[in-house]
Design a protein around this ligand. Structure first.
Ligand code: HAM
Length: 422
């Protein structure tokens, strides 16, 4: 039998890579707290119809990419393809809007889309998302975009470009649908089968088509931004101006559309030069809360694709290295284990190889695994109430008294790790 593999488009993330993620997550958590955001955790599974009603029946996500299944009682469920719908569902279900006028949530976790796997595109991928519920003022959009930029900078990615457009309110979109329908009517035959259907069901989704011929037709159609109502245009201008004043560079991109139906105003995506796919995206969605059965409350948010952002981030600050401990003989092991317990209580990181191996083998293994510090204890050391600490890079070996263990280890590992790392 062949060995098991992770499902296609899904992957394992090992500790070495996760260090980079955790470094970013710590910074992100602190930044989000300083902006007044609170974490929310929602189920990975929701009713399938939640996404049909929010993301949209005619979107690729719902039509082609959702993992759906019936549970044992025949309920139609889906693995969440994104986080916004779940947050809004939770907000309405708990009547959270009665607790706070403006709610600021953030979340992080896996999302699932049966996408075609390729570089930076997975079937299980991770998002860090932010949703501001209850705010209409353009400054809420400005806050979302500035925060997105700060998070990207926290990941040491300095060249991200934010593209901004507006998809307009439902009235703008209705008006634009008519304009587009009239414009595209003469080109109907040039569209692929999917787009022929979109022309009837949801014409704005034509912009999602990857087919070159469809894209060519769409490119010459009038952009929505030129057809915005006065209030949507003023909102977009206010956002752009405030961002300019704050020194947050954004570029107006009249062809920026989103693959989800719920947007009703400014939308934005962040790109970097090395990646064709967006590293983050979001926008305003003022009708989603009411369309899912809640009150008429506006909202704006975004999500960062962590798999994409993390491949761009260098891990500069390495965590304090773990000390490898081993003992030579049974008595050394029983005394040594209580020493290790004490060291951990003092905040040092120590991992133990309990196997009985010759000293040379222990050192060879530590060398191969790039361990920097080894703590060694044998019968002689116990008799003298001492142990050895060996720096595997410089090969220096220190004899340390048991009663000075914590302080001495800290001194040595801090000073030498810093100088060796230089
Ligand atoms: P989205 O554009 O579908 O928006 O996804 C946001 C980000 O998730 C993308 O820019 C990308 O970085 C990442 N992403 C999407 N699909 C994949 C994939 N298959 N593999 C790897 N990364 C991926 C949303 O999901 C909205 N909920 C964002 C939002 C929040 N809008 C308002 N609030």
């Amino acid at each position: 039998m062949e060995g098991y593999q992770a499902p296609r488009g899904m992957r394992d993330i090992f500790p070495e890579e996760l260090e980079t993620w955790q470094e970013f997550e710590e910074q992100a958590r602190s930044l989000l707290t300083r902006y007044g955001y609170q974490e929310i955790r929602t189920p990975l599974v929701e009713e399938k119809s939640l996404f049909e009603r929010s993301v949209g029946q005619d979107t690729d996500i719902v039509m082609k990419e959702m993992y759906t299944f019936l549970d044992r009682k025949g309920r139609n469920l889906a693995l969440r393809p994104e986080g916004t719908a779940s947050v809004v569902r939770a907000y309405i279900q708990s009547q959270y809007y009665q607790r706070k006028k403006i709610s600021r949530f953030w979340y992080e976790g896996p999302m699932f889309r049966y996408d075609r796997p390729q570089k930076g595109r997975y079937r299980q991928f991770y998002q860090l998302g932010v949703e501001i519920l209850g705010g209409k003022d353009p400054y809420f959009d400005v806050e979302a975009i500035s925060l997105l930029r700060e998070l990207v900078v926290a990941a040491e990615v300095s060249d991200a470009q934010i593209h901004l457009n507006s998809l307009g309110c439902p009235a703008c979109q209705q008006n634009y649908r008519e304009i587009l329908r009239t414009f595209l009517r003469s080109n109907e035959v040039r569209f692929c089968q999917d787009c022929q259907r979109r022309l009837q069901s949801n014409i704005l989704r034509i912009f999602d088509c990857k087919n070159a011929q469809c894209a060519e037709v769409v490119r010459v159609s009038p952009p929505l931004i030129d057809k915005l109502c006065t209030s949507c245009l003023a909102h977009l201008q206010a956002v752009k101006e405030a961002l300019d004043n704050l020194g947050v560079p954004v570029k107006i991109d009249q062809w920026l559309v989103r693959g989800l139906d719920y947007y009703t105003g400014p939308v934005f995506e962040a790109f970097v030069s090395q990646e064709t796919n967006a590293i983050a995206a979001g926008g305003r969605y003022d009708t989603l809360v009411s369309s899912l059965g809640g009150p008429n409350l506006p909202a704006v948010g975004f999500a960062i694709g962590l798999d994409r952002l993390m491949t761009l981030k260098d891990s500069r600050t390495h965590r304090a290295s773990v000390i490898r401990a081993f003992f030579l003989g049974g008595r050394a092991k029983s005394v040594g284990i209580s020493l290790i317990d004490n060291l951990r209580r003092l905040g040092l990181a120590v991992e133990v190889d309990y196997e009985d191996r010759p000293l040379k083998t222990h050192l060879q293994i530590a060398h191969r695994e790039k361990i920097q510090w080894c703590l060694i204890m044998g019968e002689n050391e116990i008799a003298q109430q001492k142990f050895l600490l060996k720096n595997m890079e410089t090969r220096h070996q220190y004899t340390i008294a048991l009663n000075e263990a914590g302080q001495k280890i800290r001194e040595l590992t801090c000073s030498e790790t810093a100088s060796v790392g230089k």
